[in-house]
Design a protein around this ligand. Structure first.
Ligand code: NAD
Length: 395
């Protein structure tokens, strides 16, 4: 069939297998163009490995460090003529590329929050990999079923303490409007912490440690975002920000529990990029379109793969093994985004941006093209007029 993008709000309900594979290959090529990383991981487990930062982490581990990788994700295969989700196509492409280079790569598609997937991952590690020396935790999920009680929790993106309104970019209509968001209830806050906080990261590390599949001196990293003041009411000071505070709490707890192995847990604060998760955050997409224009002009613009390549080469596996941290004990990959000159430029543009000035003040086109690329559309060298088979299986 010929596959075209069908965008519905902040998702595209179709995806292109050849385009997704080409996207993965571009990321692999980028990593291979960088200097080789010495002393990188040998066996990495990536939880949330199919898109965004998790996929880029997996590529950095496999193709930058020659690591064997086990990827966990929750994706939908193609069925009855419907295309698979992009993470499915990405992961098939990644496994094929890794195997072609003689690297072990295997995947588990299912609910990472469940005990079942944790058990399956441990079995896979025991039978195929031995011990894991890097665990990346990169889940972004709207809901979580508690593995013990069966209760379902939903994460929300809401301000805390008071209702909040701010500018919002409607990417379908290419307009900037005012959007109002109701203040979170206590239940919204606790549910978001339950889904996007650190509890499940702790459960993963506990299960891996109890099964004796963590190597001495292993590292584990989870991802965080802080961002500029214009997004704080909805991000840092909102429900998702509370979940990130819990992630930092979990980091401390995991550090304690890994002490006996000489292991370490880190939280890396990453740059704002276009992913399926970030495009759903109200107001953040407008900030990203402004940020991209400024960073492309002033320098330092990065996507997921440049960020994760730099995380591995300049933070996790350099400096004689000491990971550079800020005063709060966090890895700062958002250092270039948060530079004063970049943020001053954002603050200058923010009050002036409106529907009439979108083209002049934002990188709307760049944002839209990156959004479509998440689904495999608009990738150089792909013939979108060619018939393509939507059913793609893992070999
Ligand atoms: P994403 O939507 O691209 O990826 C989410 C991943 O989680 C996918 O692999 C998906 O399959 C997997 N997943 C979701 N629910 C799952 C489940 N129940 N079981 C198994 N896998 C599941 O998201 P992203 O933007 O790459 O976000 C990853 C992390 O990075 C998040 O913690 C996010 O807060 C953080 N982060 C993102 C940005 C950004 O701008 N996108 C910036 C800084 C930090």
């Amino acid at each position: 069939m010929i596959i075209r993008p069908k965008v519905r709000g902040f998702v595209c309900v179709t995806s292109h297998p050849t385009g997704c594979a080409a996207n993965v290959q571009e990321q692999i090529d980028y990593v291979k163009s960088q200097p080789a990383i010495n002393d990188g991981p040998k066996n990495a487990l990536i939880i949330g490995a199919s898109t965004g930062y998790g996929l880029a982490s997996r590529i950095a581990a496999a193709f930058g460090c020659k690591a064997n990788t086990l990827g966990i994700f929750f994706e939908r295969p193609s069925e009855r003529g419907r295309t698979a989700t992009p993470g499915w196509y990405n992961s098939v492409a990644l496994e094929n590329a890794a195997k072609a280079e003689g690297l072990y790569a295997s995947s588990l598609n299912g609910d990472a929050f469940s005990n079942k997937i944790k058990e399956q991952a441990i079995e896979r590690i025991q039978s195929d990999m031995g011990k894991i020396d890097l665990v990346i935790y990169s889940l972004a999920s709207p809901r979580r079923t508690d593995p013990e009680t069966g209760e379902v929790y939903r994460s929300t993106l809401k301000p805390i303490g008071r209702d909040y309104s701010n500018k919002y970019l409607d990417t379908d209509k290419k307009t900037i409007q005012e959007a109002s968001l109701e203040a979170a209830t206590d239940e919204d806050i606790s549910s978001t912490v339950k889904v996007m906080g650190g509890e499940d990261w702790e459960l993963w590390i506990q299960a891996l440690k109890e099964a004796n599949v963590l190597a001495d001196n292993c590292k584990t990293v989870a991802y965080d975002y802080i961002g500029p003041q214009v997004t704080w009411p909805i991000y840092k000071d909102g429900t998702i920000g509370r979940a990130k505070i819990d992630l930092r709490r979990a980091k401390e707890a995991i550090n304690q529990s890994l002490g006996s192995l000489g292991g370490e847990a880190h939280v890396s604060v990453n740059k704002a990029v276009v992913t399926q998760a970030s495009s759903a955050i109200p107001g953040v997409n407008l900030y990203v379109t402004i940020l991209f224009k400024i960073m492309k002009e002033l320098g330092g613009h990065e996507g997921c793969i440049e960020q994760m390549s730099r995380l591995f080469s300049d933070r996790l596996y350099s400096n004689g093994g000491t990971v550079p941290l800020d005063e709060l004990g966090l890895i700062r990959m958002d250092d270039w985004e948060m530079e004063q000159k970049i943020q001053d430029a954002v603050s200058d543009v923010w009050p002036r941006v409106n529907t009439d000035t979108i083209n002049e003040l934002t990188d709307f086109e760049g944002y839209q093209s990156e959004f479509l690329r998440l689904f495999g559309f608009g990738v150089d060298g792909v013939d979108y007029e060619a018939e393509v088979e939507p059913e793609v299986e893992f070999s």
